[in-house]
Design a binder for this molecule. Structure first.
Ligand code: X90
Length: 278
C-alpha cells in the first residue's frame, strides 16, 4: 500500500525523511502583508514585522483545495491538523478527505485532530512514519496512532499571550499577567485541545523547574521529548540538560518553531511535546 502523511504547518516540520510527506501552510497576516508558513518563510523577519506592528494581525488555516492539492495522487493518506478547538484546519481537512474518497472510493484518508500543535504533532507524525515503515495495514495504523495519542502531551512556556488574546484564543484577563518583565506562563494543551494555564513564574530557573514538575506529574519517565523553541535555543538546551539529568535515556530533539507557532508563541516561547508512560 502507498501512504502519504499530510500535515498543516503547525507541526513545525517541513520534511520527514523516509516517507512521502507534504506540509500545508497556514498563512499569517501582519499589517498588509501575508506570509505563507512554508519552508521559504523567514521566521525572524516575520517576528520582527510583528513586533513593529501594533495594529491587527492574524492567521488563517488552509482551505479545502490546499489540502486536496497536497493529497496529490496518494492511495492512502494520514492527515494531521492543529487542534480543532482553535482552528478551522481540521474542518477543511475533513471536507477535503470526504471529497477525495468520494472521487476515489478505493482510497483512504484518516484525519487526526491532534488537539494540540507543534512539538506534540511532530511526535505523532514520527509515530505515523514508524508505523508506515513497519508496513502495517491502514486500519492498524489508525488504531495504533489513536492509542499513541493517548500518551502524548504538550506543555508550553510563553513570555506573552498577546497574539493569542488578540486573536481570541485566550482571554484578555489571562493575557494580562504576561508582558510584565520576566513573567512566563506555563500551560498545557488540555484534553479538549484548548490552552490550560498551569503556572506563572519569574525567571528561567523557575520556568525550567515548573516544566519538569509538570512533566513528572503527567507521567513522564523517559521516552521521547521534542522541544520546539521560538528563537530561544539557550532555554531549549537547558531544558534538555534537565531532562537528561532526570532520565538519561530520554530521546530529545530540539527544533525551531516555524511560522504559525512562532506567531502565537512569540519570541522566546517554547513548546514541549513528550510521551507519558503507558
Ligand atoms: O486557523 C488558524 O488561523 C490557526 C489558529 C491557531 C491558534 C493557536 C495556535 C497556538 C500556537 C501556542 C502555544 C500552544 C497552545 C496549545 C493549545 C492546544 C502555539
Amino acid at each position: 500500500m502507498k501512504y502519504r502523511i499530510v500535515a498543516d504547518s503547525s507541526s513545525d516540520l517541513n520534511e520527514v525523511n523516509g516517507v512521502s510527506f507534504a506540509a500545508v501552510p497556514l498563512t499569517i497576516t501582519v499589517a498588509d502583508q501575508t506570509y505563507r508558513d512554508d519552508a521559504a518563510l523567514n521566521v525572524s523577519e516575520l517576528l520582527t514585522a510583528l513586533e513593529h506592528h501594533h495594529g491587527r494581525s492574524g492567521s488563517a488555516c488552509p482551505n479545502v483545495n490546499d489540502w486536496l492539492e497536497a493529497f496529490g495522487d496518494s492511495e492512502n493518506i494520514f492527515c494531521v491538523t492543529i487542534t480543532s478547538s482553535l482552528s478551522g484546519s481540521f474542518n477543511t481537512a475533513s471536507i477535503a478527505a470526504k471529497t477525495y474518497t468520494e472521487q476515489h472510493p478505493d482510497r483512504h484518508v484518516f484525519v487526526l485532530d491532534t488537539r494540540s500543535t507543534g512539538a506534540e504533532s511532530a511526535l505523532l507524525i514520527e509515530k505515523l512514519k514508524d508505523l508506515i515503515l513497519a508496513e502495517h495495514e491502514f486500519d492498524t495504523i489508525v488504531s495504533e496512532i489513536k492509542r499513541y495519542h493517548s500518551r502524548t502531551n504538550l506543555l508550553f512556556a510563553l513570555g506573552s499571550l498577546h497574539n493569542l488574546a488578540n486573536n481570541g484564543r485566550v482571554s484578555h484577563v489571562a493575557a494580562k499577567v504576561t508582558g510584565l518583565l520576566g513573567i512566563r506562563v506555563i500551560g498545557k494543551a488540555s484534553q479538549h485541545g484548548t490552552l490550560e494555564l498551569l503556572d506563572k513564574v519569574r525567571g528561567a530557573e523557575k520556568m525550567l523547574t515548573s516544566i519538569i514538575r509538570s512533566m513528572k506529574e503527567n507521567g513522564f519517565s523517559g521516552g521521547k521529548v521534542r522541544i520546539h523553541h521560538c528563537e530561544n535555543r539557550e532555554i531549549a538546551d537547558k531544558l534538555k540538560e534537565r531532562i537528561l539529568l532526570l532520565c538519561p535515556n530520554a530521546d530529545t530533539i530540539i527544533a525551531p518553531t516555524r511560522g504559525l507557532c512562532s506567531f502565537y508563541a512569540e519570541r522566546g516561547g517554547i513548546l514541549v511535546g513528550y510521551e507519558s508512560t503507558p
